[in-house]
Design a protein around this ligand. Sequence first.
Ligand code: BES
Ligand code: ZN
Ligand code: ZN
Length: 485
Amino acid sequence: MSVKINYSNNKTGKSSLNQVLFVNEKFNINGLQKHLNKSEFSYIKDILKKNDLKKNLLTFELNSKKEIVLVSIKNNLKNSDIENLGAELFVRINNVKKNEYIINSDSISSKNVNFLGFLLHGLKLKSYEFKKYKTKKETKTLSIIIVGTKNKPSAQSQLKFKALEEGTFYARDLVSEPGNILHPDEYAKRLASLRKDGLKINIYDKNKLKKLGMHALLGVGQGSVRGSYLVTMEWNGAKKKSRPLAFVGKGVCFDTGGYSLKPAKFMEDMTYDMAGSAAVVGLMKNLAIRKAKINAVGVVGLVENMVSGNAQRPGDIVKSYSGKTIEILNTDAEGRLVLADALTFTEKKFKPKFIIDLATLTGAIIVCLGSEYAGLFSNDDNLSNQIFNAGENIQEKVWRMPLHKNYDKLMNSKNADVQNINYVGGAGSTTAAQFLQRFIINKTPWAHLDIAGMAFSKYGGALNSGGATGFGVRLLNQLVEENYE
Ligand code: BES
Ligand code: ZN
Ligand code: ZN
């Protein structure tokens, strides 16, 4: 169902349409008399006596045409609670029978001046669906009209929410596309189109990558009939020429595992193995749309990990962009190979304040943290704390995991400088992060987010209805807003 939200300057009053009205934590409706006629008022009052007032929403079917939804504004709601309330409201009013609701902003009484903004943001995020490949198009639209003169979000905050929604939805769209459509060639083409948003886009194709010496990234893509790419997206919104914030993403458009082939069961999930890159793209789009006053750069490595006569073999040794040689003991540990070159390149070319990478890197992180927290690995306590706090505030949560020189040792190779998996076993997510850390050459503050458990939700979460979540876009936007603007 698509949702249209419009603002109207109409005064509030009594209405014959479906209405959303707001009450306090005890569902006190005395303030609503001006919006309800007498019989409606006493009908609702009667039912309220018998109802569970601990709920967030109560619905009253007044007649076949009119429904009233009371939204209870509990005390001390955090911004994320209000977003969740908006999502809950969407689920409630997204029903087959009704397709128009009036939201009465005058009835809101909340200490949070942006209550309505957060509510609608949560509602919008929850309403996202990916129905591009259904030939039978759904024609229904849920129309929401905001009436009233009070409590409306300012134009500036509306723009911020809209930018964040567009960035998140763009990331979700990319992740939702199947592997036959969004292969590296198509992905690179779509990124070129982001120039219209004001981003400076540079596309390095196979030939350029060869010249640069990015053989770790190129090795992963060499079995594919598609190209391999590194794409940089720059947003320069700061007045001064300050060092940018850098975001790097794993963009494996499909991960068969290569010759270390994955089993058939759930291999289809590997179409979302580019979710780290999608989060970076969504974030950059959001920063550009809302013209954030910072400098930032997004870097994504786009490849397809396939099997063919030309694919790389277990045991191959490649030279990375950093100059370090890598022994590939398992072709399914490919994300770290793509990131290795992308990280060193980002550090060298942009000399950023920090680098944060996002990747669906290991199944092991799902064993550790499930789909509740992303794994966070970092060489910097300050950056780590900033990301953790942003995650708590926006409810895209991260949990810090250890790095240690004893884990690092496990990645030493007999035949090359480093190997891409450890044979001792255990700590699969940490050893992957240790591998990545070897490609941060100049001690730049760096954090790695393993989002394998977060990028896709089979059953839906608070702010998504199942499918691609866009995890990372809102988290990193929050990090930027809280600390760097
Ligand atoms: N893309 C996978 C990780 C993954 C698994 C993401 C499940 C989402 C859900 C990654 O490339 C991979 O295959 N990792 C291997 C590493 C192993 C060979 C050391 C893994 O996790 O099994
Ligand atoms: Zn893999
Ligand atoms: Zn992968």
